[in-house]
Structure formats: C-alpha cells, structure tokens
Ligand binder design. Structure first.
Ligand SMILES: Cc1cc2nc3c(=O)[nH]c(=O)nc-3n(C[C@H](O)[C@H](O)[C@H](O)COP(=O)(O)O)c2cc1C
Length: 197
C-alpha cells in the first residue's frame, strides 16, 4: 500500500500531528512518504497513492497560504493531465483523510470546517474518495496571541495538541487504514488481473 502524508505547518502544531500520522503508519509496517508542502514544491502524482493524509493549520477559516498555493498548482496540473472530469468519476481504491489543526477562538470547531472542506476538494475532484475528515485542537503559538488560548469558545487550549490529542490521532489513523485495507487490496487485485489478461 502506498501512503502519502501531506501537511503545511506555520507554527509547528500540524507538524506534530503529521509526525504522529507518520509514526503510526510506520508502526503498522507501511511505507509512507511525508511531504511538507510549504517547503517542498514538487508536483506530485496524487493518483499513485492508495491513501493520502493531508492536514494544515486554520488561518481565517482556511488553510494557510502555502497550502492554498500548493492546491492551486496541483489543481492546474490535474487540469492539464485531463483529470478533472464532469461528475468526478471515482478511482477505485484511492482514498484521502483530511484534517485541520485549529484554535476555534470565536465559533469553535466550525472554524476548521471550511479549511477541511477546501483541502478535500482537490482530491474529490480527481476521483479520490474522502474517507474521513477530522480536526485537532492547536493552541495559538505566537506569544502576542497567547491570551486567545484561555478565553475562546473551546476553553483553555494551552499546550494543545497534547499527548492525549496525539494518542487519539494514532488510534484514529490505525483504525482508518485497517478499515480501508480490504478495498485497497481488492483494487490492486483487479489491476493485477487486468494486467495479466
Ligand atoms: C495568525 C493566526 C490566525 C489564526 N486564525 C485562526 C482561525 O481563523 N480559526 C481558528 O480556529 N484558528 C486560527 N488560528 C489558530 C491555528 O489554526 C492553530 O494554532 C493551528 O494549530 C496552527 O497550525 P500550524 O502551527 O500547523 O500552522 C490562527 C493562528 C494564527 C497564528
């Protein structure tokens, strides 16, 4: 199974989650390619991966600018390759899990939702099925914004994501990959059969 672990992190919170995703997958014996899209601007062949994880911090309800730029470039490349088709036909055995880290100071988890939906649409457009959407609380890291960590809609979020958050990430990632494995393997079996005939 080929697994891609994409993320962008301006202040390190999403990086902690992406690192936990990577460790969880290695722990299950899977190969995983981790790419920080804010630093590595390579165009990727997204349909070569069976499962992709993509995550980023929330900035004014959307992913950070580096992630938005990467999505624009991947979308332009997908159009050039003819991958953006009416009705976005599903590509068998291809899945994405989309998450955001967020502080939700004003309206709580609702602030993470647009960012998650935005990141997922690139994949949904090329036929990759969105298998899960999730969020992890991440404190405001810049010192001048620390006061926001104790007076927002989510209560006290100092130190998040913390060890409990990361444990939940690990459990969720392992459960998701286990649940998708039969479908991914079936798709590989069908590919092999058509290559042999
Ligand atoms: C300038 C700035 C703007 C932010 N805007 C929002 C926001 O609109 N909604 C939200 O829920 N969190 C917001 N946050 C909190 C971040 O989404 C949160 O800390 C996230 O974990 C950062 O991830 P990163 O360090 O991986 O970039 C903001 C943080 C900063 C520094």
């Amino acid at each position: 199974m080929r697994i891609l672990n994409l993320y962008a992190s301006m202040n390190g919170n999403t990086e902690k989650v992406a690192t936990e995703v990577e460790k969880s997958l290695f722990g299950m014996g899977h190969d995983v390619e981790t790419v920080n899209v804010a630093r590595d601007e390579r165009e990727l062949e997204l349909l070569e991966y069976d499962i992709t994880f993509i995550g980023g911090g929330v900035y004014s309800w959307l992913p950070c600018k580096a992630m938005l730029g990467w999505i624009d470039r991947q979308m332009a490349a997908a159009k050039k390759k003819g991958l953006i088709l009416p009705n976005s036909p599903r590509v068998p055995g291809k899945f994405v899990s989309v998450y955001a880290t967020y502080a939700g100071p004003h309206t709580g988890e609702a602030e993470a939702v647009p960012a998650i939906k935005y990141m997922g649409q690139l994949f949904d457009h090329i036929g990759v099925t969105i298998a899960s959407e999730w969020s992890v609380v991440g404190e405001f890291s810049p010192e001048k914004m620390h006061f926001m960590n104790t007076c927002g809609r989510l209560g006290n979020i100092e130190g998040r994501p913390n060890a409990d958050d990361l444990r939940a990430v690990r459990e969720q990632v392992c459960a998701l990959v286990q649940s998708l494995a039969p479908v991914v393997n079936m798709a590989h079996g069908a590919d092999n059969a058509s290559a042999a005939s």
